[in-house]
Ligand binder design. Structure first.
Ligand code: NAP
Length: 249
């Protein structure tokens, strides 16, 4: 078991996939989890399941691409909770296409949902962490941000931006014992990768580049993210950890 001392966490994109797995593992460790997703149904179902299993959770539907919506949500959460000690920036989308065919909307939607959202949440929630001299921020980036990936100019730029943000904020917050790290998943079986995982030709092609020769599970990412949020990870900051079956080594 990891040590959490009854902390409170906010996890974005907690309605499905990797974010849901992170919310669940944190809740199993006694963390109160604020589950954010775009639709009220998905975060509501996850929070209800956590509560039914004896954990503590709250569901909150927020469009993370909307800075004003984040500001309103953070304002009311900081009044409701004495502290939000852990922030996991996990919400993300893809709008793939080669550069010459990529629309401005596909560029802007991916940058605002994946990257600008981290700027807004962190700016609002990190200040009380720095005052309390304890905090954990984990940003879920991607191997696409580490290696680049043809057809994902918008997504890999957003994910590489999250890595730069992680390293800079790790330096800005280090004197206050607030750590900032990134986790870079490879191909994990979720709704986001359904179309590749369930297509035998595409999955065979992808797995050629994965030394462990299988797709990852959401729990593979969630277990590392939870560790980085724990008391035990207090001497780790500014790092990027790949969870990718060896793809980006
Ligand atoms: P997913 O199954 O598609 O789930 C995405 C979650 O993000 C959903 O809960 C969704 O909310 C939420 N979300 C999307 N746009 C949002 C918005 N504008 N406002 C609020 N919430 C929003 O994705 P996943 O595969 O778990 O991916 C999670 C993270 O890991 C993403 O950042 C992704 O880029 C990254 N990642 C995934 C993989 C992979 O192989 N799966 C690989 C590398 C990196 P709703 O439930 O309401 O739709």
């Amino acid at each position: 078991m990891l040590t959490f001392n009854h902390r409170t966490a906010l996890v974005t994109g907690a309605g499905r996939g990797i974010g849901k797995a992170i919310a669940e593992v944190l809740a199993r460790h006694g963390v109160t989890v604020i589950c954010v997703s775009k639709s009220a149904d998905s975060c509501g179902a996850v929070a209800a399941a956590i509560t039914a299993a004896g954990g503590r959770a709250k569901a909150l539907a927020v469009d993370v691409a909307d800075g004003a919506a984040i500001a309103a949500a953070a304002d009311s959460l900081l009044k409701e909770f004495p502290a939000i000690d852990i922030l996991v920036n996990n919400a993300g989308i893809t709008r793939d296409g080669l550069l010459f065919r990529m629309s401005d909307a596909d560029w802007n939607d991916v940058i605002s949902t994946n990257l600008t959202s981290c700027f807004h949440w962190t700016k609002l929630l990190a200040r009380p962490m720095t005052r309390a001299r304890w905090g954990r921020i984990v940003n879920i980036t991607s191997v696409s941000g580490v290696m680049g990936n043809a057809g994902q100019a918008n997504y890999s730029a957003a994910k590489a931006g999250m890595i730069g943000l992680t390293k800079t904020l790790a330096r800005e917050f280090s004197a206050r014992s607030v750590t900032v790290n990134a986790v870079a998943p490879g191909f994990i079986k979720t709704d986001m990768t359904n179309e590749f995982v369930n297509n035998p030709e595409a999955s065979a092609r992808i797995l050629e580049a994965v030394p462990l020769k299988r797709f990852g599970e959401s729990a593979d990412v969630a277990n590392l993210a939870a560790y980085l949020c724990s008391e035990e990870a207090g001497y780790i900051t500014g790092q990027v950890f790949n969870v990718d079956g060896g793809m980006a080594m």
